[in-house]
Structures are given as C-alpha cells and as structure tokens.
Design a protein around this ligand. Structure first.
Ligand code: DGY
Length: 329
C-alpha cells in the first residue's frame, strides 16, 4: 500500500517528526524556511494532510488547489490563519491545540503584566547600558498589581486561568466575553464580574487581552477604547496582532494616554511597527506566550495525534469542523 503523503510546514521536534516518518511519506522543513503562498501551494498539491503553525496562512485558494487534502492540523490554539469555512466546504478537517497551553500561556500573561507594570525590561536595559550609579527614591516607579482591578477581555480557558492566578494578588477581576460565564465559573475565576467592554476599560487598572482574532475582533482596542482607559493603566496583549490597533496604541503610549503596554503579538509580525522600538513604556516579546519546553512539545504532540486520527479516518480529538465529514471527497 502506498503511504499517505504529509507536509510538516515548519521545523519541529525531531523525535515527533520521526514518529510521523515511520507511517507516512513526509515532506519536512527542518531548515525552517518560511514558504511563500506559491511554494506552499506547490507542496500541498499532492498531500493528504498538512501540519502548520499560526504563521502559515491557509487560504481558500490554497485549499482549492490541494485536491487530496483531508486534514489541516494547526500547532496553535488560535486558527485565524486557516479559512475554516473553505476547508469545511471542501470536506477537510481542521484541528487546533487547545487546553495543553492554557496554564503556560496564563503564566506568561502574568509575566508580561508584571514586567509591564513594574517596568522590568526598561530598568534592565538602563542598567545594562551602564546608567546605574546610585539608588533613587523615584527610579522606575511603576504600578502595583496587588489590590488593583484586573480587566480580562476574552474569558475562555486562558482568561479564566489568568483570573485564578489573581487571587494571590488580592485583585478584583472584571471580564468581558462574547457570553458571560456561569456563576460557578465566575466563582472559580476569583469572583470575576462581567462588564461591557467600555465599563471594563474605564474600571480596570490592568487590561489583559486573551480573545481569538477574527473580523469581528479586529481592532477591539483602538483609539476610542484607549481613550476610555485610566492614564495609569497598562494593557497586555497575548492573543493576536490585529486585536489592537498598533498605530493607535503607539500614539497612546507616546502621549501618556495609557501608562504602558506589554505585547507578545503584533499586527504585522514578525515585522514590528518601528515606533514601538523607540518607546520605553512598552515590553516587547516575540510571540512566545506558549513557549515553555513541555508545552511546546505537548502542542506538537497534540497536532500529531490529530493528524494521525484524521488520516486513520477518525474524527480527531480537536476537530474544529466535524461537519466537514459530510462533505468528504
Ligand atoms: C496559539 O497557540 O495560538 C499561539 O499563539 C501560538 O501560535
């Protein structure tokens, strides 16, 4: 029997790749080249499944030219890089990697929040530049986390994990979400209280964004929203670029409309708006919120399990569109 053909679009853990190579004819990319849409199209043309990251855009056009494709397995919980509707119409299963990264990503949200509020990277850069010659009463004064009000926009599994961590800081939690949590879920999330987006922005000392990106959430935070925030407030984005209007945020950071921001994601990443690099009140990280060693392995393992199930004719554990089965070719 001829082996099914798969494409692993980016470099990955060699032992997990070897497991796939024992079962499939694998085209891998351990050199970790970034494929253009055209290269991706050529490589996907004869494949039964493809494993991608959030950096690869899997458009309707790519799907249309991949006649054998049965599964698109994302190594990410967010899947805005994939045209799921086009995949569903073509009978292709789409999978993501939820849950395995919840706690790691929540930890990172806190790391970024604390670094931002307490100006840790700014202070370190200053120290490394040799400026530290004496202790000062007013050096790098930041905002307190403890006792403050935390606003979480996007209260899914990661948002709730962030809220749980705030108990140790005696914080009040306000959240905004497509739909309110159950009273039981709210109780577990440090007695989080639902607010409209506008009320949350007015009330919170620290705002964390953890919502999925879509056309509906594009520029959830723009100039109008930043204008509602307290001038002393911080904003953290660990969700996706595009949720924040980067140009509006730069203006708000520059004028002191908001105190500081912590950003792990950017509108045009990996390209940054150059003005971010000129601002001292922003902490910048390269989309690493889920990047702990065990969690990144767990994500690839999860994507591998999804791919194996799909090519064995089963519905994968994290299938986003089980209805695609009825359109199967
Ligand atoms: C995710 O899982 O969505 C992370 O942002 C990694 O892309």
């Amino acid at each position: 029997m001829t082996k099914q053909k798969i494409l692993i679009a980016r470099a990955t853990f060699p032992d997990l790749l070897a497991r796939l190579e024992s079962q499939f004819e694998v085209e891998s990319n351990q050199a970790d080249e970034i494929f253009s849409a055209q290269t991706l199209q050529e490589k996907m043309r004869d494949k039964d499944a493809v494993m991608v990251t959030a950096s690869e855009a899997i458009s309707a056009a790519l799907i249309a030219t991949s006649p054998r494709l049965k599964a698109i397995c994302n190594i990410a919980v967010g899947y805005n890089n994939i045209d799921v509707a086009a995949a569903t119409a073509a009978g292709i299963m789409v999978t993501n990697t939820p849950d395995v990264l919840n706690e790691t990503t929540a930890d990172f949200g806190w790391a970024l929040l604390m670094a931002t509020a307490r100006r840790i990277t700014e202070a370190e850069h200053w120290l490394r530049a040799g400026h530290w010659d004496k202790w000062r009463y007013d050096a790098f004064l930041g905002a307190d986390l403890h006792g403050s009000t935390l606003g979480i926009i996007g209260m899914g599994r990661i948002g709730q994990a962030i809220a749980r961590r705030s108990m140790g800081f005696d914080m009040r939690v306000r959240y905004h979400n497509r739909s309110p949590l159950t009273p039981q879920q709210e109780a577990h999330a440090n007695a989080a209280a639902y607010r409209s987006k506008e009320a949350l922005l007015r009330e919170a000392d620290h705002v964390v964004l953890v919502l999925p990106y879509s056309a509906a959430t594009h520029h959830t935070i723009g100039a109008a929203e930043l204008a509602l925030m307290k001038p002393s407030a911080t904003l953290v984005n660990i969700a996706r670029g595009g949720i924040v209007d980067d140009v509006a945020l730069i203006a708000a950071l520059r004028t002191g409309r908001v105190a500081a921001a912590g950003l792990d994601v950017f509108e045009h990443e990996p390209a940054l708006h150059p003005d971010f690099l000129t601002l001292s009140n922003v902490v910048l990280t390269p989309h690493i919120a889920s990047a702990s060693a065990p969690t990144r392995r767990a994500m690839v393992q999860c994507a591998t399990d999804n791919l194996l199930a799909a090519l064995a004719g089963r519905i994968p554990p994290n299938c986003l569109n089980p209805e695609s089965i009825t359109n199967n070719h």
